[in-house]
Design a protein around this ligand. Sequence first.
Ligand SMILES: [Fe+2]
Length: 176
Amino acid sequence: MSRLHLPDLNQTITQYGEVQQFLQGKGIHYERWVLPVAVAPQADERTVLSAYGDFLTPYMKKNKYQTADVICIREDMPQLPELKNKFLQEHTHSEDEVRFFVSGKGLFWFHIPDAPIFSVLCEAGDLLSVPAGIRHWFDMGEKPYVKVIRMFIDPQGWIAQYTNSQVETRYTEFSL
Ligand SMILES: [Fe+2]
């Protein structure tokens, strides 16, 4: 199920096409990749990349992404508190942040000039691309579990530049 939430307007959009259209209007690409047969949750990187190859290869070619990898964030990771904290602070990147959700979920929050702050729930099958330079943060909730394919032009571009605005602290009650 899609879910776009605008807490300041007390508004939620759940229809996939409407969410996609809203995001498109903000320059954010959102689409869904559905496999005929699901990949096992414990599948390794090569298996995941190969399973989604028919979607991944043309998408990467079209957008000139050079590399892809798979990362998994789980509750039992020792570095979780640090990671969670990094993702939760408003930041930008000098290249697009492209994430395809293989399993698990997370909330992408967006802070776009002249627009109300909004979040997008990303779950298995969702592809979302955060454009370079857009202020955002990522909330994995109380019990983080997310496995994603990441795509890069240059992985160096994905280093976060923090805004230190602390705007994210105003929205903690709407956490995942
Ligand atoms: Fe980011």
